[in-house]
Design a protein around this ligand. Sequence first.
Ligand SMILES: [Zn+2]
Length: 212
Amino acid sequence: MKLKKIVKFEGKIVCLTGLCIGGTNNDINIGGLDKEVIKNPVTNEPYIPGSSLKGKMRSQLEKKIGKIDRNPCGCGQKDCDVCLLFGAHRNPGAPSNPTRIIVRDAKLSEETKTLFQSLPAERGSYLEFKGENSINRERGTAESPRFFERVPEGAKFDMEILLQIYDRDDEDRLLNAVRQSLELVELSYLGGSGTRGYGKVRFDYEEGEIDI
Ligand SMILES: [Zn+2]
């Protein structure tokens, strides 16, 4: 089996609602944030880890083809789009190997950095801070406030996904599986608290072929 070509899915991940992804719980620090956004330790800019996007694409595709289990699919069959694209879970000798897809970390776009830096100083942060309460239904009072950090709506991240196609692969099938998994993430969410409105995203991308 020989590597035939690579298809690059390149573009932007656009946040249509606030995004809270990949952070740590900071509950030791009293008065601190309950949920933080993951950031590049050098630049302090938020980013979307490739592992988070890949994991979400995978789990959405698993739902679509009916492979829902407690663990990711590890069947390793040559006709399993999930194992072909994302790798057979805990099955290193799987016939479906090697993993066809590479999902890069998505950095904050230059356009978004420039936009945020142009905001007034007190708002010149890449992040918003959101407080949420639980409502006591008997008393009608707000209780136990929690504080979240979010990437604000409108932020854009640089997207790069590479699909490696081998000579014996069904190219159209693999391409369609990638497109479909991205579409299914758009119809779901990225990061945490998606059922409460966070993490709606759109993928604006183009596909380019690289012959090798
Ligand atoms: Zn599988």
